[in-house]
Design a protein around this ligand. Sequence first.
Ligand code: ZN
Ligand code: ZN
Length: 400
Amino acid sequence: MASIPQGQRPELLGRVETGKDAVTGVFAIANEEAVISTSEDKTVKVWVKRDNGQYWPSIIQSFEASCSALEYGPDSDGHFAFIGLSNGQIHEFHLSTDLNRFEKKRVYQSHSSRVTSIKVVPKHNWILSAGRDKRFQWSCTRTGRDLGSHDALAWCLAVEYDETSKYGFVADYSGVITVLRLTESGFASVTTLKGHTSSVWALAYDSERRILFSGGFDQTIVVWDIGSQKGTAYELTGHNGKIRSLAYSTITRKLISTSEDGMLGVWDMDAEREETTEWGGSNVCEKCNVPFFWNVKGMWDNKTIGVRQHHCRKCGRAICASCSDQLSTYPRMGFEKPVRMCQDCHSSLTTDDRSPMASFINMKSIVTSLHLVHTLGHMVTASEDKQIKIWDVNPMMMNH
Ligand SMILES: [Zn+2]
Ligand SMILES: [Zn+2]
């Protein structure tokens, strides 16, 4: 794993002590030195930087339940904010340009339990949301009317949207991402994306190239090429902890990821990568022909003890342990941490093949949510040390 070089690391610009309860969502407010955050302490707060450099709340709004999800964006006369609660409601507010008035617009009875993710689609006046009631819901922000819903088999944890195709993406606790084409009166099933072996808590979208990124508790990020319609996908491995948040910048074509080992990764998404190899399903090692342990007939014929099957991550061949005892990174396939390889693949690797396409930094605390402000080159993070931090990430995003 490559480290972000000195001089390109995020520079801390400011911090906010948020109290004892976990922050569940954070956004930097457009064109202002201010942030908006939601907390398990049942409040949403707007923090504004004062002349002394400290951030103080200009707004504190309380609710009857924990605030579990936040969506924010600028609009024609200020800012919109949608706050999801642990009781399933979503409250829509309007924040004035001077950040001093927070006006309630509407309450959506979207879910019957904790709201986990909200996505606003201003173009269609839609709000999409996911909840622990296993429901993916979309509603009209002009009329407040429910437009449709889809019931998954597990807690729904994250939503994303593609404007071109009107695809809604919902990731769930089982690791499946369901793709639906949304309409004003329901949906059409498109497909399910199955690439993770455990829960998917984070999604991000490249609306320009139409690429979906999903981050899982299996420590893996999967890159899904939605735009090509070919069903291609590849994985990015480098984190040694569950993936907690993702953010993508279309300007710099960098993907930011954070994980439960406290690391933040920056992935160069302009780099050419190869698709993940299909794994072979052979009964014998495809190199030395030793049978694997479930191949009873093979064991009998060869009178050897069956061995466990491994796979070369580069060529995909089913290989026994002694033929695949080599480990190497292979960034061209997204492997920024060493993976198992057969001897043939390992000996064919060049220095170029090993040159990293991602770099990492230890954030010292688990970042649970983050937001990139593309215009300023800023990043806001909420982390388990109960702090919101504002960073200058221009050098990190521009260079590699
Ligand atoms: Zn072998
Ligand atoms: Zn190989």
